[in-house]
Design a protein. Structure first.
Length: 272
């Protein structure tokens, strides 16, 4: 009898998983292909877990509250949780934006989104749509987000220039992008702030401010997105962010780098 109950439980769980998976997919057509952009000149960290640390510890630091305050998140807003993982911020921000708003849980790993769908259902959250993305493209609808957060995941983006370029159309006018990370090499699951500034500026994002988060939470860097109309083409990204040393002094690029586009400025960092 016990075996029959166990088998029935597995069948129910399997059916539920298939139902969740059927509801999770791309929310927008594909953007610009990754081969149109320069590759990052630094290591890309592997995705190792859907969660960073114990949620109780993050709650003690008021991590979600700090982000919400800085980005001025309010009821009725639509927020993109990019790289949502286990949904730490998705869940907390869904309460903040309320039934008139929504938190779009976006990730490149379908299994993470399936687990998060189970979690939001158990919590009876009805304002969380799910969006499957690609390593170079979040695949989000145009002008759909009032804000986007990328928390401790930027260093895992395999194609940062393409990803940022394809994210921009999803952001409404006046939207803000908040990126949380540690001041560590990307190979050690952080992003040096100078490297972050370099890569986002290359795609046309403008830094608004950078804040130190409480405890060991790292930093929160806030950017405004580029205007989609009239922005540079992918092949005209004006500088690359590489390894060795940081310099904002314009210098001629090596010939081998010029083949990717009209590279006029190079940004180096020791920490990549």
């Amino acid at each position: 009898m016990t075996a029959l109950v166990y088998a029935a439980t597995l069948l129910v769980a399997f059916a539920a998983t298939r139902a969740y998976a059927a509801d999770i997919g791309y929310l927008a057509p594909p953007g610009v292909a990754p081969n149109e952009f320069p590759s990052p000149q630094r290591p890309v960290a592997r995705i190792v877990s859907p969660r960073r640390s114990a949620e109780e510890h993050r709650d003690a630091l008021n991590e979600a509250g700090q982000i919400a305050r800085v980005l001025e998140l309010k009821p009725g807003m639509t927020v993109g949780d990019i790289g949502a993982g286990s949904g730490y911020h998705t869940v907390r921000l869904s309460y903040l934006v309320g039934p008139a708003g929504s938190v779009v849980a976006q990730d490149v790993t379908r299994d993470y989104l399936i687990e998060l769908a189970r979690r939001t259902e158990s919590l009876k959250l009805t304002n969380v749509p799910f969006a499957l993305g690609e390593p170079h493209d979040p695949r989000l609808p145009a002008s759909s987000l009032d804000a986007a957060i990328l928390v401790h995941m930027y260093h895992e983006i395999a194609q940062p220039y393409a990803f940022l370029y394809n994210l921009a159309p999803a952001l409404k006018q006046g939207a803000r992008v908040g990126i949380v990370d540690f001041e560590l090499p990307t190979s050690k699951h952080g992003t040096p702030i100078e490297l972050l500034r370099c890569e986002l500026t290359a795609v046309g994002y403008r830094e608004v401010a950078t804040y130190k988060l409480a405890g060991d939470g790292g930093y929160l860097a806030v950017f405004s997105p580029p205007e989609v109309a009239g922005r540079k083409s992918p092949r005209d990204i004006i500088y690359l962010c590489g390894s060795r040393r940081h310099s904002l002094t314009p210098r001629p690029p090596p010939v081998s780098e010029a083949i990717r586009g009209h590279v006029r400025r190079r940004c180096w960092t020791e920490c990549a």
